[in-house]
Design a protein around this ligand. Structure first.
Ligand SMILES: [Zn+2]
Length: 398
C-alpha cells in the first residue's frame, strides 16, 4: 500500500511538471503567477517545479514584467535548444530526414530516393543510414537528442510503434520501434503521416485555437486528421481519418483501394489526371496540368469540388467541427475558395438553419508540416502526460 501511494505521488509530481512545461512551451513567455492561475495550482508548487526546470536548463527567465501588485514578475520561456529530435517521413519513393530543435526548426535536412513498390527490407538500410547521419550531426554539435519521430502512410499502432498496414507502401506489420530503438539508443515514436500533419496544424498552424477541428490534405490521395477535444481521434486500431475512401458515388470510379466511388477517385490528383486524359486524349503528369491551368483543368477542379463538398457536409454532420482546414495545391485551392463554390458546403443543415457555422479555411499543401509533426510526436511523448492529456486533472502541494 505504501509503495502504491508513493508511486502515485511520484506520478502526480510528474504530471504537474508536464502541465507546467506544456504551459510554458505553448504560452511562454509567461510568469509564475499566470501559470498558477491558468493551471489552478498553488504558486508554491509552481515555484518548486520552475526552479527544478531552470536548474535543468529546460526553461529560462527573460526580462521583467510589471505585475499588478507593483512587484516585478519574471517571465519564463521554454528553451527550444534544450534538446533535439530526428524527424523522418517515409513516402512511396523517398525518405525525408530532419534534425530539429524543439521549436521545432530544421537544423539539417536530407532525403533519399528508392524504387516505388520496394519492400521494407529493401529500404531498411537506407532508413538506418539516414537516421545515423542526422545522429552524427547532432553528436558533432554536442546536441542532446531526445528521440526519433517517424511519419508514415497507413494504419499505425502508435502505442507500440508498429505500422499495421500501408496500402500506399504495400507494407504490413513493420515493428519500427522494436527495430530502431536498440539500433540508436533513442525512443522512437511512430504515427500516421496525416496525424503528424494535423499535430503540426494543432500546435502552430491554423488549428492552434480550436479544440475540435478536421485537417485534410488533398493531393495524390485524400486524408483527414480528426481532432476531438484537443486529442487526435484514432479509432479502434489507428485507422480513423480515411476520408479519401468514404464513398460519395454509387458504382463510381474505381479506387486504388478496390472500392468504387471513393472520394479519392473523384476529387484527388488522380481524378484530375484521369479527367484531363479522358477529355483531351493526352495523359499528362499532375505537375504539368497544374502549371498549364487549362479550361479542362478548371472543369475537373469544379467537378472534384462538388464531390468534396458532399464529403465535407458528411464530416460536418458527423463531427460538428469548429473548423475544417483544407491543405491542397494552391492552383486548386484558389478555385475552391470562391464564395460561390463554398456554397456547396454551406448548404448543410446546421448552416441553413442558422444553428452553427463551420469555418472552412485553405492552406497550401506544405510537406514540411509532416516532418515537423514527426518531431512533435517526440515532444508530445516527453512533455505531455498522455493518460491525462487534455483532462485538466491537477494536484496541489506536491
Ligand atoms: Zn478507396
Amino acid at each position: 500500500m505504501r509503495n502504491l501511494r508513493a508511486g502515485s505521488k511520484e506520478m502526480m509530481k510528474e504530471l504537474n511538471k508536464a502541465l507546467v512545461i506544456h504551459e510554458i512551451r505553448m504560452h511562454g513567455p509567461v510568469s509564475r503567477s499566470e501559470i498558477s492561475k491558468r493551471l489552478n495550482l498553488v504558486q508554491s508548487t509552481i515555484t518548486k517545479i520552475c526552479d527544478e526546470l531552470m536548474e535543468q536548463n529546460m526553461i529560462f527567465p527573460i526580462g521583467e514584467q510589471q505585475s499588478t501588485g507593483g512587484r516585478k514578475a519574471i517571465s519564463l520561456v521554454f528553451n527550444n535548444n534544450y534538446g533535439y529530435t530526428i524527424a523522418v517521413k517515409i513516402e512511396d519513393y523517398q525518405i525525408l530526414f530532419a534534425l530539429t530543435n524543439l521549436k521545432p526548426l530544421f537544423i539539417q535536412t536530407n532525403s533519399v530516393c528508392f524504387d516505388k513498390h520496394a519492400s521494407f527490407s529493401e529500404i531498411q538500410d537506407l532508413l538506418g543510414a539516414g537516421i545515423a547521419q542526422m545522429k552524427a550531426v547532432a553528436e558533432e554539435k554536442s546536441f542532446r537528442l531526445l528521440g526519433i519521430g517517424i511519419a508514415v502512410s497507413g494504419v499505425v499502432d502508435q502505442a507500440n510503434g508498429v505500422l499495421i498496414s500501408s496500402a500506399l507502401l504495400e507494407w504490413k506489420d513493420i515493428h519500427f520501434r522494436e527495430l530502431l530503438e536498440p539500433m540508436f539508443g533513442l525512443p522512437v515514436q511512430l504515427d500516421n503521416d496525416l496525424n503528424c500533419y494535423t499535430l503540426a496544424q494543432a500546435r502552430f498552424g491554423l488549428g492552434r485555437e480550436e479544440s475540435n477541428f478536421i485537417c485534410m490534405t488533398i493531393g495524390e490521395g485524400i486524408g483527414a486528421g480528426i481532432v476531438i477535444d484537443n486529442q487526435i481521434y484514432r479509432g479502434a486500431i489507428g485507422g480513423a481519418g480515411e476520408f479519401g475512401h468514404t464513398i460519395v458515388q454509387l458504382n463510381g470510379r474505381d479506387c486504388l483501394c478496390g472500392q468504387k466511388g471513393c472520394l479519392e477517385a473523384h476529387a484527388s490528383d488522380a481524378f484530375i489526371v484521369n479527367y484531363v486524359h479522358e477529355k483531351t486524349g493526352v495523359r499528362k503528369r499532375i505537375e504539368d496540368i497544374l502549371l498549364e491551368e487549362s479550361a479542362v483543368f478548371d472543369e475537373a477542379v469544379e467537378i472534384a469540388w462538388n464531390y468534396l463538398g458532399l464529403g465535407l457536409i458528411n464530416l460536418i454532420m458527423l463531427f460538428n467541427p469548429e473548423k475544417i482546414i483544407i491543405s491542397c495545391h494552391p492552383q486548386v485551392g484558389k478555385h475552391w475558395k470562391d464564395p460561390e463554390m463554398l456554397q456547396v458546403v454551406k448548404n448543410n443543415w446546421y448552416e441553413r438553419n442558422g444553428v452553427f457555422s463551420t469555418d472552412i479555411v485553405f492552406d497550401d499543401l506544405n510537406n514540411d508540416n509532416f516532418l515537423l509533426g514527426a518531431s512533435l510526436l517526440v515532444m508530445s511523448e516527453l512533455f505531455e502526460e498522455p493518460i491525462y492529456k487534455g483532462q485538466g486533472t491537477i494536484y496541489n502541494n506536491l
